[in-house]
Design a protein around this ligand. Sequence first.
Ligand SMILES: Cc1cc2nc3c(=O)[nH]c(=O)nc-3n(C[C@H](O)[C@H](O)[C@H](O)COP(=O)(O)OP(=O)(O)OC[C@H]3O[C@@H](n4cnc5c(N)ncnc54)[C@H](O)[C@@H]3O)c2cc1C
Length: 422
Amino acid sequence: MKVVCVGGGPAGLYLSILLKRQDPSHDITVHERDPEGSTYGWGVTYWRELLDRLHEHDPQSARALGEHSVSWHEGVAHLRGLTTRHHGDQGFGIGRHRLLEILAARARALGVRLEYERGITDGAVPDTDLVVAADGVHSALRTRHARHFGTETRTGRNRYAWLGTTKVFDSFTFAFLETGHGWIWCYGYPYGPDRSTCVVECAPETWTGLGLDRAGGADGLALLEELFAGVLDGHRLIGREAADGGAQWSAFRTLTNRTWSRENLVLIGDAAHTTHYSIGAGTTLALEDAVALAGALRAHPVLPQALARYERERRAALLPVQSAARYSAQWYENLPRYVHLPPRQMFALLGQRHSPLLPHVPPRLYYRLDRVAGQSAALRRFKRWLGPKVASGVHTRMLSARTRPEHHGGARFRPWSSRVAD
Ligand SMILES: Cc1cc2nc3c(=O)[nH]c(=O)nc-3n(C[C@H](O)[C@H](O)[C@H](O)COP(=O)(O)OP(=O)(O)OC[C@H]3O[C@@H](n4cnc5c(N)ncnc54)[C@H](O)[C@@H]3O)c2cc1C
């Protein structure tokens, strides 16, 4: 089979590795528009289950990813001068740059052709059996057929900047600060021996009130460094070259598609779906898409059947994650509802932010119920059952219910600071 992957991010590279491992006679080319070694973003988080799954599919790259990741067991929140710590599940961080370097080296060693600085748009796609649009959230291949794919985007209210820092956090760290223009917060985690990721977020009024919308390059970073000097221990923040070395602010776009394929063109990773960064799942989902697509192509020699199976499988797996991401984004947009709770309660509810029930129950009552539920399996089951029912009831009343309600149910979902409630 001849395959062209457009986009050399995690989705495109990992798919090319899996297909080559399945059948070395496949002819596979990855076209990436940017030069090799240049990528946006800093470190990304993931959890142990991902590493285990990657070991099943390609032990060699999984070993390299594990060796180049750092890990932590604690979540820490700084709020109103108090620090709350919680021992939780082991989380991992790896630099996006290193992740892509490992995947590219492995793909090349297996015989995949990697063509850097080769941007591909629909008109320029070579004649091939399968075209994989792994070209990210702004996918040109998808946009060209946006009506066919039924692409929808919802832009979040808050502004965020994805930054690096020379401060090496020893845990997953949150800091919430009250300013004269509202709250601003950051979350950071290590991803290498000398770097951490630091995501800064605030409401649009706070963003303009603090002048972050106008402060370019070094000035914007200096302002953030001053605000977060405590948690950064005086370390630098690092911005993007594309933004004059400063903070590049965005509003997150949640993207969905009604269908994921068109003839021999299939969407994968962020080109197919995005989930809010506050649940730290996009890279994991992109890699899992690659696993599912490779599996479907192996199981079905007939392309339309393989693509239909891939889409069915991944849509079902995504439902709880998309629901969790939506509630998590809303939690941050409704921060004033939670931020005045005692820090211990606030941190506990931060860990529960993906819950469909939480927006509909007074936060203090939810906290108490959650503590009681923690001691009773029956109550935990009841809470899981009730959440989607309450949420879908409210949605049905409020919306014209174009889509089926999504069930968070009992799915295994790991937010960044999993199980902080105690
Ligand atoms: C602030 C923030 C924090 C995040 N943190 C995490 C986290 O902690 N954990 C996690 O799992 N995920 C995280 N994510 C999400 C994650 O970065 C993405 O979900 C993931 O990169 C998707 O992988 P992908 O391969 O689908 O797309 P991408 O990584 O976007 O790769 C697409 C590639 O296609 C290339 N391309 C685009 N157009 C063309 C073209 N026309 N021709 C050729 N090449 C093209 C691009 O240059 C790019 O290299 C975060 C995202 C954000 C915004």
